[in-house]
Design a protein around this ligand. Structure first.
Ligand code: KIV
Ligand code: ZN
Length: 514
């Protein structure tokens, strides 16, 4: 059998993924995600859009300085200011890339850019040429390529390669393509652009019709050598091609695609969890590869088949994506070493300080809950260690409540080291009362856009995980809290979001966000 064709994995969780509403990450969190992506084995990390804000610029710079194996990429529109800023941000990188984009479809040319075909080609060439003076590794994207006239797309791509683009990325910006269409777009470029072999063909598909992964795979079949994707498929609108899905499809169906990637697939689940925790965007239970039910067999017929022979109903092994086979139970007599072992097996490498914190919390949890499952340990390990300066720290509450009457709640927090309390009688129920008490105590009034509770593991004493999304003066932030007491988890989640809101809006330009 021929050697598998290597496919580069270009991760844009920190750029396109961060464009999901409410998914913004701070500098520390972005660095943490970038380090996880490097461990996962991605080839390119698109770290951000440096011109968008000073914060985006600093993050790309931090990541460029910290990452040693993957290429670190910064996005730029096709103008001098953007390109120079991106060049400056990636300068510390061992391997850096500037990604220049310019819309090419008739709709974008006419209504957004008001530019002729001639002007587009000229601008693309000028942008790539300028970027090439700053860096040897240049990616060019004709935005909305999937809706661009085939002849014009060939012309722009050829001009970009002649100007020095080393990767040409073909975006389906609005998620309009179908697999056959995408296959044709790539095949057309390969057949009609004489210099196409001088560049790597990449594909960047959005999921508006739920076809992003299928379209990316079709592009690979047609000869694309790079796939752009995000962890958990997060991204603008319906999101992007999901990294874990495209990688596992290429691996599981290597017989069909004849391709390989450099991804350590055992890190898929831990990376997915990290991104879900940091962004607050939860993974649906039935999500392929990383959803909680992805390897759960419920029907008796399936369970029977599985017991006889796993391959009857399983096309991938859970351990290959980082889901441990066992759900070993720990309890109050388990020691620090057993906890560290279990955390490591689940993909969490804690330093001594983090292990100390997690172990203390594990002991508190073991007093509340007889059996501690993998899900509980994951929830403890997923807390953000000093990711944000915590302004308000939850300390406790007392609450009295009866059906049909407003509850009375006394809430205790710590603020700048000082204890603070408030008592109110208000709200539609205990959760509402706690949220109102937090607003009173912090002085931050919010609109709650989303509130979700889910059990981390099984059983009546399972920990509840609460996520909230709050809006305050046009800013949207998310928070997460975990506890065996769902009211405590709610208070922690609400305070986490308020802490983010209290940091104030992070200044950011949205110059024609791609
Ligand atoms: O969707 C898109 O077109 C993009 C480009 C910047 C590649 O995100
Ligand atoms: Zn995109």
């Amino acid at each position: 059998m021929a050697d598998p064709r290597p496919i580069r994995i270009f991760d844009t969780t920190l750029r396109d993924g961060e464009q999901s509403p409410g998914a913004s990450m701070n500098r520390t969190e972005k660095l943490e995600v970038a380090q996880a992506l490097e461990k996962l084995g991605v080839d390119v990390i698109e770290a951000g859009f440096p011109i968008a804000s000073p914060g985006d610029f600093e993050s790309v710079r931090d990541i460029a300085a910290a990452i040693t194996e993957a290429t670190v990429c910064g996005l730029a529109r096709c103008n001098d200011g953007d390109i120079d800023r991106a060049g400056e941000a990636i300068r510390p990188a061992r391997r850096g890339r500037i990604h220049v984009f310019l819309a090419t479809s008739a709709i974008h040319r006419e209504f957004k850019l008001r530019m002729t075909e001639e002007e587009i080609v000229e601008r693309a060439v000028a942008g790539v040429t300028r970027a090439r003076h700053l860096c040897d590794d240049i990616e060019f994207s004709p935005e909305d390529a999937a809706r661009t006239e085939p002849d014009f797309l060939c012309r722009v791509v050829e001009a970009a390669i002649a100007a020095g683009a080393t990767t040409v990325n073909i975006p389906d910006t609005v998620g309009y393509a179908t697999p056959q269409h995408m296959h044709q777009v790539i095949a057309n470029l390969r057949n009609r652009v004489p210099s196409i072999d001088k560049a790597v063909i990449s594909v960047h598909c959005h999921d508006d019709l739920g076809l992003a992964v299928a379209n990316s795979l079709a592009a690979v079949e047609a000869g694309a050598g790079q796939v752009e994707c995000t962890v958990n498929g997060i991204g603008e609108r319906a999101g992007n091609c999901a990294l874990e899905e495209v990688v596992m499809a290429l691996r599981t169906r290597a017989d069909h695609y004849g391709c390989s990637t450099g991804i350590d697939t055992r890190r898929l689940v831990p990376t997915s969890r990290l991104v879900a925790t940091i962004t607050g965007i939860q993974v649906p239970r039935n999500k392929a590869i990383v959803g909680r039910n992805a390897f759960a067999h419920e029907s008796g017929i399936h369970q029977d088949g599985m017991l006889k022979e796993r391959s009857t109903y399983e096309i991938m092994r859970p351990e290959d994506v980082g889901l441990e086979k066992t759900d070993l139970v720990l309890g109050k007599h388990s020691g620090r070493a057993a906890l560290a072992d279990r955390a490591k097996a689940l993909g969490y490498e804690l330093d001594a300080e983090q292990l100390k914190t997690v172990f203390e919390q594990f002991k508190v949890l073991a007093d509340r809950k007889k059996e501690i499952y993998d899900g509980d340990i994951a929830a403890l390990c997923e807390q953000r260690f000093a990711a944000l300066p915590e302004q308000y720290v939850f300390e406790g509450y007392e609450l009295t409540s009866a059906a049909g009457a407003s509850p009375t709640v006394t809430l205790h927090v710590r603020h700048a080291g000082e204890p603070k309390s408030v008592t109110i009688t208000a709200g539609d129920g205990p959760v509402d009362a706690i949220f109102l008490a937090i607003e009173k105590l912090t002085g931050v009034t919010t609109r709650c856009r989303d509130f979700r509770v889910q059990a981390v593991t099984v059983g009546k004493d399972a920990q509840g995980e609460v996520t909230v999304e709050l809006e305050h003066e046009g800013q949207v932030q998310r928070g997460r809290g975990v506890s065996t007491d769902s009211l405590e988890a709610s208070a922690k989640a609400f305070l986490a979001a308020v802490n983010r809101l209290a940091l104030g809006p992070q200044p950011r330009l949205h110059p024609q966000r791609p």
